[in-house]
Ligand binder design. Structure first.
Ligand SMILES: [Zn+2]
Length: 80
């Protein structure tokens, strides 16, 4: 069963459509129940779209790492 940590681990793969089968089903099951992760996925997807549109000819190789940093920052902000 997915928890929020595992969503964070798989998030960049999920947004790249690289999570398939049972893993994807479990992830989406968690998203259906977890508002925090839905917001996270939505905002991250938008961020990735903006970056992709602005730099469609020059995608930084470390995009995933930067996205993950941003997510971890958001995660920290959401903690009390
Ligand atoms: Zn969650």
């Amino acid at each position: 069963v997915f928890d929020c940590r595992q969503v964070l681990v798989e998030l960049s793969n999920y947004l790249d459509d690289e999570v398939a089968g049972r893993l994807r089903a479990e992830l989406e099951e968690h998203l259906a129940e977890c508002h925090t992760c839905r917001v996270l996925v939505d905002s991250t997807r938008k961020t990735v779209q903006i970056v992709t549109e602005c730099r469609s000819f020059e995608l930084p190789g470390n995009l995933s790492a930067r996205v993950m940093q941003r997510i971890r920052a958001l995660d920290r902000e959401s903690k009390p």
